[in-house]
Design a protein around this ligand. Structure first.
Ligand SMILES: [Zn+2]
Length: 300
C-alpha cells in the first residue's frame, strides 16, 4: 500500500495567514530552517489506481494538484479518488469535501454523529444532490472493522467533543465525536492515523504497538504553547491535544513502541519542532520520531 502525506500541518497550516508567532514571522522573512506545511491530509492506494483520502482538508484542491497520482487519467471529468474516511467534524477535517463536488461519485465513511454534525442544517451539502448516487455516505460504528475492495479500516473512539458550531451536539453520541483511524493493507499491515490524540490509554497503547506506522498528533510541543503567544488561549489538553514533550507528553507515553515507525503529523505553526535547527526538533529525532512533511511517502 502506498501512503502519501499531502498535508502535515494543523488547522491553519504553516505559516498561518493571521499568525505572527516566531515561526510564522521567521518563515515569512526567509530566516526559518524548515518547510511550509498545508493542513493535515493523507491519501493511500493499494494498487496505485484507486485512491482514498483520510479526511478532506481545506487545502485539498491544491494538495490534489500537487500530486500527479491523484490527477484524472482520461479526457473529461474523472478522478482516481474513490472515497474519504473522516476522523471528526471539525472544519479542518472536512471542509475539503465541498471541494470534491463537481459531478463526481464519492464514498464517505464516518460515524453517524460526525455525519450529523457536518450536514445537519448545512445547505451547502445539497451540492452533492445534483445527480443520483453522487455522494454515498456510510455511517460506521467505532471499533468495528470495515472491509473495502483492497483494504479494511476501523475507527477508534477518542475522548473529544463535536465542534462548538454543530447544531444540537447534545443529541449526538459523545463516543462518535472524534476518532483515530486504523488502515489495514492487503498484506495485513496496519497504519494508525491519530491527528487528534487527547490521551493514551493502555488499550490504545496495545493497538498502536501492533501497527507498522503510527501518525500521531504533533499539534503542540508543550501544554502552554498557545498561552505563551495569546494569553487568552487555551491549553493543549483543553482542546484535545496531548503535547509532544514533558512527562505526560506523547513522546514519553509512546517510548516503548521501538518497533513501530513513529511520525508526528498535524503540527501547529507554533510548534518548535517545525524548526529543523531547534533543540526540540533534535530531541524528537533523537527519540526515534520522524516529523511529517508535505509530500512524504510511506509504504505498508
Ligand atoms: Zn504562527
Amino acid at each position: 500500500m502506498r501512503v502519501r502525506i499531502l498535508g502535515s500541518g494543523a488547522g491553519g497550516g504553516f505559516p498561518q495567514w493571521n499568525c505572527g508567532c516566531s515561526n510564522c514571522r521567521r518563515y515569512r522573512s526567509g530566516l526559518f530552517r524548515g518547510s511550509a506545511r498545508s493542513q493535515a491530509q493523507l491519501a493511500f492506494s493499494e494498487d496505485g489506481e484507486d485512491w482514498y483520502l483520510l479526511n478532506a482538508s481545506p487545502d485539498l484542491r491544491y494538495q490534489i494538484e500537487s500530486t500527479p497520482e491523484l490527477h484524472p487519467r482520461a479526457p473529461g471529468r474523472n478522478s482516481p479518488i474513490r472515497g474519504v474516511i473522516l476522523s471528526g467534524a471539525d472544519v479542518d477535517l472536512c471542509l475539503g469535501l465541498l471541494l470534491l463536488r463537481e459531478w463526481h461519485r464519492l464514498e464517505v465513511y464516518s460515524t453517524a454523529g460526525v455525519r450529523a454534525a457536518i450536514t445537519n442544517g448545512n445547505c451547502f451539502f445539497r451540492v452533492f444532490e445534483r445527480m443520483t448516487g453522487q455522494l454515498r455516505w456510510e455511517c460506521v460504528e467505532p471499533g468495528s472493522a470495515h472491509s473495502l475492495d483492497s483494504f479494511s479500516f476501523r475507527l477508534l473512539s477518542m475522548p473529544g467533543k463535536y465542534p462548538a458550531w454543530a447544531i444540537d451536539p447534545s443529541d449526538l453520541r459523545p463516543d462518535q465525536a472524534v476518532s483515530g483511524i486504523l488502515i489495514e493493507s492487503r498484506s495485513h499491515q496496519t497504519l494508525a492515523f491519530l491527528p487528534g490524540l487527547p490521551c493514551i490509554s493502555p488499550d490504545l497503547l496495545n493497538v498502536l504497538a501492533s501497527c507498522v506506522i503510527v501518525l500521531v498528533d504533533g499539534t503542540f510541543w508543550s501544554e502552554d504553547e498557545l498561552i505563551e503567544i495569546e494569553p487568552n488561549a487555551r491549553r493543549a489538553s483543553e482542546i484535545g491535544h496531548m503535547p509532544v514533550s514533558g512527562p505526560n507528553g506523547s513522546m514519553a507515553a509512546l517510548s516503548s513502541l521501538t518497533g513501530t515507525r513513529r511520525i508526528y503529523i498535524h503540527i501547529n505553526n507554533t510548534n518548535p519542532i517545525l524548526d529543523e535547527s531547534s533543540s526540540q526538533h533534535r530531541a524528537v529525532r533523537e527519540a526515534g520520531w520522524e516529523v511529517a512533511y508535505d509530500g512524504m511517502e510511506l509504504a505498508l
